[in-house]
Design a protein around this ligand. Structure first.
Ligand SMILES: Nc1ncnc2c1ncn2[C@@H]1O[C@H](COP(=O)(O)OP(=O)(O)OP(=O)(O)O)[C@@H](O)[C@H]1O
Ligand SMILES: [Mg+2]
Length: 323
């Protein structure tokens, strides 16, 4: 359904997405992980036709075989209604605080689907029920501040589902929620994707959540897709030094707080931070932070190398010979 070919997005300050190649098929559940600033949201916005005006785009994005790379807003509005919808990280800012929940969710049904208010109301009641909101008739009359964070996120999911999108993009949908509620929202997304045959792109920092929700994973760093493959395999046996670092940086709750000498154990972290766009190395974006880099990594971009039949990673070390 969705296809990116060598898709790049750059700004005056640098390249936020570089030669992205991606295919999303009907019913796929794809996880996108990577540190802050790695380009995850930029990728999602491009799939929605919402790249910032200042961005220069190259390569190709197609939806259902139609070239959407430079499509105008009118075409995107049609695409967005039926093919793709997105839910954002912070449910409070994404909902209009001055509008009742019911009116917000009814709007796309009236505007896009041409339903009457009475028909839209029936659909909204069913949608709120579907996303697990108790007593939908009463909730429809409420304002966002009268709901809990988890309920607000469920309303946003209902809003995203209103026009039956073929793909739902969830950009860190649970970071503002406590762990228990986050787990239930994650499970809800998987259930909805399954029941509706809808594809799901799940963007997160939470590797445990990505393992629960997705079949395949793309690991991003500095605007590059550095590793991809079946989620379970990539997490169990990462091939790219960045993925290894990301997995190594997970806190182990069972590790004792002090080591054998009685010293307080430090949480493992990936050394350094993602540099700003303007300071990213020209070659492998991870060079400078990588523990095993070769002398040409900083200057030569690494192509995708097959790790096995359905896995790939962009690392020179997997290529064997010096280019
Ligand atoms: N409008 C813009 N103009 C210039 N640079 C931008 C713009 N929007 C984003 N960027 C840059 O693009 C890069 C990728 O940003 P993006 O928001 O996609 O990161 P992310 O992976 O979603 O991070 P996070 O996990 O914090 O949400 C960042 O370096 C960011 O500064
Ligand atoms: Mg983001």
């Amino acid at each position: 359904m969705f296809e990116l070919d060598d898709f790049s997005v750059s700004f005056g300050s640098g390249t936020a997405l570089r030669y992205a190649n991606l295919e999303i098929r009907e019913g796929d559940r794809l996880g996108i992980v990577g540190e802050s600033g790695s380009g995850k949201t930029m990728l999602a916005l491009c799939l929605m036709g919402m790249a910032p005006d200042a961005a220069t785009i190259s390569g190709r994005l197609s939806i259902d075989g139609q070239d959407m790379t430079h499509a105008n807003e009118r075409l995107w509005q049609q695409m967005r209604a039926r093919r793709v919808a997105m839910i954002f990280q912070e449910p409070m800012t994404a909902l209009n605080p001055l509008r009742r929940i019911g009116d917000t969710v009814m709007e796309p049904l009236i505007v896009h689907d041409g339903l009457s208010r009475a028909q839209a109301r029936m659909r909204v009641l069913a949608l709120l029920e579907e996303v697990g909101i108790p007593d939908p008739p009463a909730r429809m009359r409420m304002f966002p501040h009268e709901l809990s964070g988890g309920q607000r996120q469920r309303v946003l999911i209902a809003l995203a589902l209103a026009c039956n999108p073929a793909l739902l993009i969830a950009d860190e949908p649970t970071t503002a929620l406590d762990a228990n509620v986050a787990l239930r929202i994650t499970d809800l997304l998987v259930r909805l994707a399954h029941e509706r045959g809808m594809a799901l792109v799940f963007i997160t920092h939470d590797l445990a959540a990505v393992a629960r929700t997705t079949e395949n994973i793309v690991v991003m760093y500095g605007g590059d897709m550095v590793e991809r493959g079946p989620t379970a395999q990539v997490l169990a046996n990462p091939a790219h030094p960045y993925t290894k670092g990301l997995l190594g940086a997970r806190p182990d709750p069972t590790a004792p707080a002090r080591d054998a000498n009685g010293k307080r154990r430090r949480l493992p972290t990936l050394p350094g931070t993602v540099p700003p766009l303007s300071a990213l190395p020209q070659g492998c974006r991870f060079s400078g932070r990588c523990a095993v880099e070769l002398d040409y990594c900083a200057t030569t971009r690494a192509p995708d190398h097959a790790v096995d039949a359905n896995r790939a990673a962009a690392c020179h070390l997997l290529g064997g010979v010096k280019p």
